[in-house]
Design a protein. Structure first.
Length: 182
C-alpha cells in the first residue's frame, strides 16, 4: 500500500507506529527548498495479517494539519494580549509576519528559543508583564515563560475550535491504514 500526503517544509523525516507490529516510515527529499513549496511523501505499510488497529501515531508537526500559521497566530495573539513592544517607539504590539516567521521557524527551533533569539536581537520588550524591559535573567525567563504558556493555551483553543481542517489526504491515509490491518 502507498499513499502520499503533504509534509511541512521544515520537516524532513517522520515515523509513526500502528499497533505493535506495523511501522509506517516516510521520508521527504532533503534537497527541496524550505520555502512555500509543498513536499509529497510516500508512505509504505507492512503488517502481519493478524494485527488489529490499536493506534496510529503521527510524530511530526504539520503532518495532520497545517500548523505553523496557527503557531504564528497564537504568538501574535500572545504579544497583543500582553502588549509586547520591543522598543519605546513601537506604536503596536509585536507581530511576526508570515515571511519573517517562515524564516524564523526554519532557523530557530522551539518556542522559547525563538522568542529568546528575537528579543536578544531586537531588544527585550516592555509588556503588561513588566512595564520596563527585564534587565536580568530571572525577569527575561519570566516574560518568555509567561508568553509561551499563554501562547500554548491559545494554540490549544484554536485547535479545539473545530475550525481547523486536516491536510488533504490525511483522513484518507488514516482510513487506508486502518483497512490495511483490519
Amino acid at each position: 500500500m502507498a499513499c502520499t500526503i503533504p509534509l511541512s517544509p521544515s520537516s524532513s523525516s517522520c515515523s509513526f507506529l500502528l499497533s505493535h507490529t506495523t511501522i509506517f516510515r516516510f521520508r521527504s527529499p532533503r534537497h527541496l527548498s524550505t520555502s512555500s513549496s509543498r513536499r509529497r511523501l510516500s508512505v509504505s505499510v507492512s503488517a502481519s495479517s493478524s494485527s488489529s488497529l490499536q493506534a496510529l501515531i503521527f510524530d511530526c508537526d504539520g503532518v495532520i494539519l497545517e500548523s505553523e500559521h496557527l503557531h504564528r497566530q497564537a504568538y501574535n495573539e500572545a504579544f497583543e494580549h500582553f502588549n509586547v513592544r520591543c522598543s519605546s517607539s513601537a506604536s503596536q504590539p509585536l507581530n511576526w509576519d508570515l515571511h519573517f516567521y517562515d524564516q524564523l521557524q526554519n532557523q530557530i527551533g522551539g518556542g522559547k528559543p525563538k522568542m529568546r533569539w528575537y528579543f536578544k536581537e531586537n531588544g527585550w520588550p516592555s509588556s503588561t508583564i513588566f512595564e520596563k524591559p527585564p534587565e536580568d535573567d530571572e525577569g527575561r525567563a519570566k516574560i518568555i515563560d509567561t508568553l509561551q504558556d499563554w501562547k500554548t493555551e491559545r494554540y490549544k483553543e484554536i485547535i479545539k475550535s473545530g475550525t481547523v481542517e486536516p491536510r488533504p489526504g490525511v483522513l484518507r491515509l488514516m482510513d487506508e491504514a486502518k483497512a490495511a490491518v483490519s
